[in-house]
Design a protein around this ligand. Structure first.
Ligand SMILES: *Cc1c(COP(=O)(O)O)cnc(C)c1O
Length: 361
């Protein structure tokens, strides 16, 4: 089979060099004669992996003193719970910005375990924009945001200035652009979009804010415990952490977050410019809120659908069917997606428009 262009939304594309090293470590890790899958998480070799992964996160995101970097299990979906248990006071409230399916799942958990204040929502327009103006009350214990809405293709471009602790689900845009860690009380991100395979979730949390809720927190959900134990309270997800470390090494070797942010902008411009100039495609997200990670679009001419689907499949493109909640198409162009693959898709879009423009003239 010829080259596959993987536009999957998640789990998603990883760098080819990372995959090669990851495959090698399954057979023979560090020339030990052992697989990384069969060594102790307390072994010298794995502790070096964990230390390196944490150090790379700190370096690439310029994490200041006073924050813990943790690699835990449970997916970002457990992050919804950890947010509440670690930051919402026993009788307190959590404020939520409702910008999509994942934000909504996060706030549904707050409804179950505590009190919810939804500060704004874009559900009125099927989450195709980011609300910009909303009150933030100091009565709330934190403000929870989803920086990139994987399903609807919107992204918060200007992070709200918040007088209460800001907590962000960055599952689908962590390491894609520069962020200022000290703006946040906590950031969490499932690895499987921009970092590694499914199975670990990255947490960056401000230590001084932990342990203040007055709640009894089950041990596995207590971030203080994980911070104290350096993500080793129980067996950490060894292999996903290793592959994440390899991805971070790749990112650093190429120029870090500053480099990838520039590349990501070029990649997004390439496809959005085509969508905007092409008569038979249309973007679904508000232009100023468009995501640089997930590009959602529809065909304006339904007659062209069968042709389009045939053409991209023949070109080796994978994973651009839209989410069932939006329809149409979604091209996920995470960090590891090369510009060349986007060009393949753009060329098909051009070819298709030529054909149907001619038919209409
Ligand atoms: C994929 C995704 C999730 C879900 O992550 P899990 O690790 O499957 O729990 C949550 N939030 C966002 C923004 C996502 O893109």
């Amino acid at each position: 089979m010829s080259k596959v262009h993987n536009f999957s939304a998640g789990p998603s594309i990883l760098n080819q060099g990372v995959l090669k090293k990851a495959a090698q470590a399954v057979e023979n890790f560090n020339n030990s004669g052992l697989s990384i899958l069969e060594i102790s998480h307390r072994s010298k070799d794995f502790i070096a992996v964990m230390d390196n992964a944490v150090a790379l996160v700190k370096e690439l995101l310029e994490v200041p003193e006073g924050y813990s970097v943790l690699f835990l299990q449970g997916g970002a979906s457990t992050g919804f719970l950890k947010t509440i248990l670690n930051f919402m006071k026993q009788d307190g409230t959590g404020a939520y910005l409702n910008t999509g399916t994942w934000s909504k799942k996060a706030l549904k958990e707050a409804e179950k375990l505590g009190k919810l204040n939804m500060v704004a929502s874009s559900e009125d327009k099927n989450f195709n924009y980011i609300p910009k103006v909303y009150p933030i009350s100091t009565n709330d214990n934190y403000l929870h945001i989803t920086t990139n809405n994987t399903i609807f293709g919107t992204q918060i471009k200007n992070i709200p200035v918040s007088r209460i602790p800001l907590i962000a689900d960055m599952s689908s845009d962590i390491f894609s652009r520069k962020i200022n860690i000290s703006d946040y009380a906590m950031i969490y991100a499932g690895a499987q979009k921009n970092l590694g395979p499914a199975g670990t979730t990255l947490y960056i949390v401000k230590d001084s804010l932990l342990g203040k809720t007055g709640r009894t927190i089950p041990t596995m959900l207590d971030l203080r415990v994980h911070a104290d134990k350096g993500s080793m309270f129980n067996t950490p997800p060894v292999y996903p952490i290793y592959v994440s470390m390899l991805t971070l090494e790749w990112l650093k070797a190429n120029g870090g977050v500053e480099w990838i942010e520039k590349v990501n902008q070029e990649k997004a411009d390439l496809i959005y410019n085509e969508i905007d100039s092409n008569s038979i495609f249309e973007g679904t997200a508000a232009i100023e809120d468009r995501s640089n990670m997930n590009v959602t679009f529809v065909l304006t001419n339904p007659d062209a659908q069968a042709d389009f689907d045939k053409m991209w499949k023949e070109a080796g493109i994978n994973g651009i069917n839209g989410h069932r909640d939006v329809g149409g198409y979604r091209a996920s162009i995470y960090n590891a997606m090369p510009k060349e693959s986007i060009q393949v898709l753009v060329d098909i879009m051009k070819e298709l428009a030529k054909k149907y423009d001619l038919a209409n003239s």
